[in-house]
Design a protein around this ligand. Sequence first.
Ligand SMILES: Cc1ncc(C[n+]2csc(CCOP(=O)(O)OP(=O)(O)O)c2C)c(N)n1
Ligand SMILES: [Mg+2]
Length: 596
Amino acid sequence: MNKPTELPTPVTGKQKMTPSEAFVETLVAHGVRDVFGIVGSAYMDALDLFPLAGIRFISVAHEQGGGHMADGYSRVSGRHGVCIAQNGPGITNFVTSTAAAFWAHSPVVVITPETGSGTLGLGGFQETEQLPIFSKITKYQAHVNNRARMAELTSRAFDRAHLELGPTQLNIPRDFFYGDIECEIPRPIAIERGAGGARSLDVAAELLASARFPVILCGGGVVMAEGQAEAVRLAELLQAPVANSYLHNDSFPAKHPLWVGPLGYQGSKAAMTLIAKADVVLALGTRLGPFGTLPQYGIEYWPKDAKVIQVDADAKMLGLVKSISVGICGDARAAAQALVERLTGKALACIANKDARLGEIAATKKAWETELDGWAHEKDAWSLEVSKDSTHMHPRQMLRELEKAMPEGAMVSTDIGNICSVSNSYLRFNRPRSMLAAMSFGNCGYAFPTVVGAKVAAPDRPAIAYVGDGAWGMSFGEIQTCVRENIPVTAVVFNNGQWGAEKKNQVDYFEKRYLGTNLKNPNFADVAEAMGAHGLTVEHVDEISDALRGAVKSNKPTVINMMLTQELGDPFRRDAFRPPRRLLPKYRKYSAKEFR
Ligand SMILES: Cc1ncc(C[n+]2csc(CCOP(=O)(O)OP(=O)(O)O)c2C)c(N)n1
Ligand SMILES: [Mg+2]
């Protein structure tokens, strides 16, 4: 974790202050050093104090970007991410980023100054009901209903974000920043999480001890609990293969011989082949989200007959999606540690066949690497057709080169799109808090601002965003933030001239009727230069390594415009499509052949 050094300290003891001072001092008490947002009159009285409180205000291009930055900041630091904006439109611009943070389990505090309490409901300027909008995408909503409670409620919003592992809202009528109050600044409430119930841990240990082919599935909970070392110890004790849950490729070190890669969309065939054989699965710190275990490459890999032990800090996630044999409501790190203690010195059935299993793990991993090496381009008829006369790079070749060129300790954010999804097979990390994918809210435009926030939290780590050209159009405005605030991140833009992931559906299900999926892009390198960043265009795979490493080394915001063929990998939602069926004569010709 990137722990701040020399934190400013808040005032102590009950005393007179203004609510603005109480608010800012409570941020100080919670160790807030950076706040993302756009300036607004609603909270200017408090904003004015930020420099004296040691808080940096990072002025962004769009509030959604600021919300994603707070998300990336929190995912990399393990501390709160904080964003703030003007009442009304500034706040509604936070909706998408808050929903994304909700599904990424990020402790983001969304501060929402509101229209004045004296005119609320009269339909004045910049008024909307700000609590209902966020009610389903936050873990807790604090509404300052009395200026004297400013510090108490601010503090609670911060405490709950950590306690409930997700975003919270702090809603403040703008007139409540003014006045005289007397209060004491509360200190953060640190809750230590335990390993879970002793009985369920005992049962889990028995199951693991009798397993002949145990497989561990490490999720985001391992990253959030900083439990990688404990997960490694447990895996080594059992000599069990370890898969990453979907989009949590940083939950177990990729260089470890027991690591087998991620499950889920465009994940590792090695992980899928091995988990399919499991008689016991230990799902450590994962909610086993439904999208993350869908069949891939035609492999129905989820082991339906296996006993499943699920560890999650949120009891509501236990057994929610998959049937489980044992549910442990606990912290992933503490639970792994407790299981290691229970299993150490015990006779383990899986050690009897250890050599055979290790051989199988190594062979399965090798087969997958060989397949990836040979998989330079997509091989379906459509992809072959659209790429045959192209001078551009094949996406998979590019992704393999990026993987090889990836600097040590890099943080990589990924967007939602076809090429970003394919990158799942090529993203390997040895360090937690490194992969910042758009998670299950799945919004295009997530990756770039998120990595900007990550870079603010961890300025010494290389920060790289993978972004499709469509998603880039939504998010490149934040280059302004990078230039203005001197935040040197690298955006790798996958320029294939299309909203590819959606075009893939039109290819597969709608007889190539392209509607809204072709793009006409400006030269993204030139746009970056015009905005004061570096921009370069890469046409050949042999330029990739220098481009990526050079961009990171330059310590300047850089956009790498990758020129790619239009070929596309497997679609996202094969599970959710049906052949189109039209009943009205007017539309019949757009029915799938079998319905015509
Ligand atoms: C905010 C938002 N709008 C629309 C979508 C639907 N969507 C999913 S993937 C995708 C296409 C992404 O295109 P691009 O960024 O160019 O990446 P590519 O698929 O071409 O690699 C779209 C539009 C979404 N996920 N999020
Ligand atoms: Mg695209």
